[in-house]
Design a protein around this ligand. Sequence first.
Ligand code: ADP
Ligand code: ZN
Length: 575
Amino acid sequence: MNKNKKKIFILPILVTVISLGFLIYFSLPSNAKKEKLYVNFTKDLNLKKVDKVYDIDLPSINVKLKDGTIYKTDNPRSENFKENLLKSGVRVFETSLIDLKYLIPSLGILFSVITLSFMFLSLNKTGRKSLFSVSSLDVKATENNDYSFSDVAGNEESKESLKDVVDFLKNPEKYQKYGARIPKGVILYGEPGTGKTLLAKAIAGEAGVPFFAVSGSDFVQVYVGVGAGRIRNLFKKAKAHGKAVIFIDEIDAIGKKRSETGSGGADERDQTLNALLTQMSGFNEDKGIVVMAATNRLDILDEALLRPGRFDRHIEVSLPDIEARKKILALHLKNKPSLDIDIKEWAAKTAYFSGAKLENLVNEAAILACKENSNSITNLHLDKAYSIILAGYEKTNRDFIKEKDKKITAYHEIGHALTSLKTLPSEKVSKITVIPSTKGAGGYTLSIPEDSMYKSKDYLEKRIMVLLGGRAAEEIIFGKNFITTGAYSDLQKSTDLVYNMVTKYGMGERLGLLSINNISSFPSIKSEEILKECKEIVENLYEKTKELLLKNKDLLDLLTEKLIEKETLYYKDLV
Ligand code: ADP
Ligand code: ZN
């Protein structure tokens, strides 16, 4: 409900309060009606001063004199009291004296109560609900926000993949003309503080459309139906603006996989989620509304949310690498007085810091400089701020990964990349990084697979070698006793591959061309024999991989050094 309607309610409430005030004031002992002795009343009567007498049947009567004075006195209840009064020309009433000073406030209260009830009843259901704070969610659009992509440093890939969304918001008609379907929903996922909110704001700012921000937790309420109502309200408001960006932070609060829900509050969340899905299917792409949502993890979200027509574009917002950290630091230092700060060095020192942490670092340093009345922020302030921040974060660690870990990750990833470069040169290694992503603890090596319908035995063996390359590099550099758990998922994949080769693709010795699926019921099949063969193949390939890496040890060291320094390498850095 809007502000104006709320104001109307104030008037009757005010009247009631004032009236009550008067009533209380008049009934205070000092203001109570005067009381006179009966003898004094008879005197007045004899002097012909009395005009009217009320309440003739009650224990005490009210007397009104001709000069307007009112007082109370005892009712003698003598037999011809009334007759005597009448004979002396006094008007006598059996009813009470109507006293305006009581009547008016009482009427005021009556009037207000009636108006209030009418106003309340005339509100629609949601309006009535929103009168009570439990269900009111006052989302306001931020219009003309002046955020732009230049406020987001780094995150180049995410920005690149969001450019068309901006373009679409600017001219939805153009896209409609080509029949292009632009995503209605975009999910930004990544560690906290990596700039997801910032990106969403920048999109609204770049496109010049209103920005509605809510948090998933705003919709999780004790009362069933409130969350769903809020969703409908939110979309109604946004639609009223025509074009808009709706941003839902912490979407997991309403969009967690249903199976993972405990019993409490599950119904409520389902209703809210359903309302969101319905609203998203309910508006047409050409209207120019884009819903953006943020979460730390994509894998915990309900599938229904991720289907086409809902949140069908998923964009990872990763922790900044050294280049990005340089840009973020520079951005936050830009409008602050600083002196001799070596941004490059600070970017190197802040591995695994999120954008928010970098901002925090600069801010702490600024506060320290301010406390000291120093003219500008210096390296010294940053040093102190750095210790403060690390001390604060170290308890919840994971942020400050030791240099040693970074080195292990780097060798491991280069192990994969180098094996890939040497054995499968046609598969481009597009990106290597030591920055952890939400998908895995270490870095990852992304290669674009060769496009072919069939995979040859030779290809599969090389794939296995690439998968083993990480562990092989670790063993070469750090020794057999210092290999790590980092190869966990590599080994799962390589085991799968080799098992399928031997048992399904007819590429092994023991089963030859037989497929295990069809003969597994024969008790005489010795699974140990199959296992032995798989193990032999993998071990052979592992030795070959180590040999290959040893032969290229110089390149392994060189690329690793480069990766440690730059944190992210692309294809062009490798060749
Ligand atoms: P998220 O929504 O991913 O948790 P936010 O967008 O709320 O993170 O980021 C919090 C703050 O951290 C921002 O307001 C900004 O000051 C800073 N920040 C984060 N990422 C960046 C970035 N890429 N460039 C500049 N500042 C950033
Ligand atoms: Zn690996």
